[in-house]
Design a protein around this ligand. Structure first.
Ligand SMILES: O=C(O)[C@H]1O[C@H](OP(=O)(O)OP(=O)(O)OC[C@H]2O[C@@H](n3ccc(=O)[nH]c3=O)[C@H](O)[C@@H]2O)[C@H](O)[C@@H](O)[C@@H]1O
Length: 428
């Protein structure tokens, strides 16, 4: 994805920017994939720092603070035209039409989100038609979503502003466009926030998903659907690495429970209506244009501002770890799932035969302790963190995640994922 606007607000940023410029000027970026990756990660850091320094205070524990400081630096009128009008329909059609004659026509829900924006651009770049849908809610600062929307517009992806629960809107979109696929990424994310606002998880992750499936089942042709589940469905599973066949009946958070419910709901719609459904269990995705409610993002901001950070330990004082997964690898997985999805078999709300039903892990397969993440950030920022090491509160977190990705590699033809340690060794 393209770099965001001006990032030169501090000495540290200038250092990274000048490093990037040096890399560009000496054409090191093109020299090898090693340096390409390194540059991408530096850009990632610069983007994180840009938003860290330029966005309103955000507490990982209080995501709702974001909307108190809501600041739309881009006028909404730049992006929206009246839903249902001729100009609007033209934009919807244009955006959804593949440039490649064999391309897909994909409705991407959550297109202004972190994973949604990356996938939309990747699909459009290879010639697929992409229409975005996003409700621009204020779980975190919507101006970040507007900035991603701006980037998508530059890549000829139009985002319809609307909610998953708006059945007439979804029906209208399917009346206008015979989508071949839905990439369903819209969701209420965040594990810990579920204790503060449980209903938002039910509304987006359950009611919204069912609404989308109801519309998809009656569409003619029925689209194939790829959607975002989560590593959190493994909950208190202690068998590592986590495999798709492991038990997922012990969710530790309401968030996880709604994603698990989504997997069961997918089974039902596949069984009754012949919808082709593929669930992808994402493992703590990180990278440029990432979510400010995630630990790597608000740790960075707090370290730079000299504020203390909570570093969790397990109840028996062991390290908490996550299988942090780089965004490009998740995009690879999403596109692989779309490309290998078989057609739905039903039509007009009636099943005509058995349809594909799949679930895959998309994780890095090398868990990193949170304490290690913090020391990496300290190195990159040349600033010592004020670490407050505490026992993980009982608020939905799990002690560790670790993906077995054999199935995704086999079925999507993936050779390798970026190793977290790789970029650490190269940059630090
Ligand atoms: O992969 C997933 O299933 C989930 O990954 C993330 O959830 P999480 O892994 O909890 O990511 P972060 O909130 O960024 O936390 C990363 C690590 O930092 C730890 N942490 C978090 C917050 C904090 O103050 N201190 C702290 O040590 C967490 O326990 C966790 O081990 C996303 O937020 C979820 O939406 C997603 O579904």
């Amino acid at each position: 994805m393209a770099s965001p606007p001006d990032t030169s607000k501090t000495l540290k940023l200038e250092r990274y920017n000048s490093y990037l410029r040096r890399l560009h000027s000496t054409k090191v970026i093109n020299a090898s994939s090693k340096y390409l990756f390194r540059a991408a990660l530096l850009i990632a850091l610069v983007v994180i720092l840009f938003f860290t320094l330029n966005y309103p205070p955000f507490s990982g524990n209080n995501p709702n603070h974001a909307h108190l400081h809501h600041r739309n630096f881009l006028s909404a009128s730049l992006f929206t035209s009246t839903a249902g009008g001729a100009a609007w329909e033209k934009q919807v059609r244009h955006s959804s039409t593949p440039k490649n004659p064999n391309g897909l026509s994909v409705l991407v829900t959550g297109a202004a989100g972190f994973v949604g924006s990356h996938c939309s651009i990747a699909l459009r770049k290879r010639g697929d038609g992409v229409l975005g849908l996003d409700n621009f809610n204020s779980y975190y600062d919507p101006s970040l979503k507007r900035a991603r929307q701006n980037l998508l517009l530059k890549n000829q992806v139009f985002i319809v502003e609307g909610d998953l629960n708006d059945a007439p809107l979804l029906t209208k979109l399917f009346d206008i466009v015979p989508f071949t696929h839905i990439l369903h990424l819209a969701a209420q994310a965040g594990v810990r926030y579920a204790m503060q606002n449980p209903q938002s998880y039910v509304s987006s992750n359950i009611a919204g998903f069912v609404n989308l499936l109801e519309v998809a089942k009656t569409a003619n042709p029925q689209p194939a659907i790829v959607w975002a589940s989560s590593s959190s469905v493994y909950g208190l599973n202690s068998k590592v690495p986590f495999s798709e066949s492991d038990r997922t009946d012990q969710p530790a958070s309401l968030y996880a429970a709604t994603k698990k419910a989504g997997e069961e709901i997918a089974h039902t719609y596949n069984h009754i209506y012949g919808l082709s459904l593929t669930g992808l269990r994402f493992f703590t995705v990180y990278g440029p244009w990432g979510r400010p409610d995630m630990a790597y993002f608000f740790f960075t901001k707090d370290i730079l501002q000299g504020k203390p950070i909570d570093v969790y330990q397990t109840q028996d004082k062991k390290q908490v770890a996550r299988d942090f997964t780089y965004i490009d690898d998740v995009v690879k997985g999403c596109l692989g799932a779309l490309d290998t999805a078989e057609k739905s078999t039903g039509s007009g709300g009636k099943k005509k035969g058995p349809a594909q039903l799949r679930v895959y892990n998309l994780g890095n397969t090398s868990p990193v302790p949170v304490a290690r993440l913090v020391s990496i950030l300290e190195g990159l920022l040349s600033t010592k963190a004020k670490k407050h090491v505490i026992k993980m509160p009982r608020n939905g977190d799990v002690p560790y995640t670790h993906a077995n990705v054999t199935l995704a590699f086999r079925d999507f033809g993936i050779q390798t994922f970026h190793r977290f340690s790789y970029w650490v060794e190269k940059i630090c």
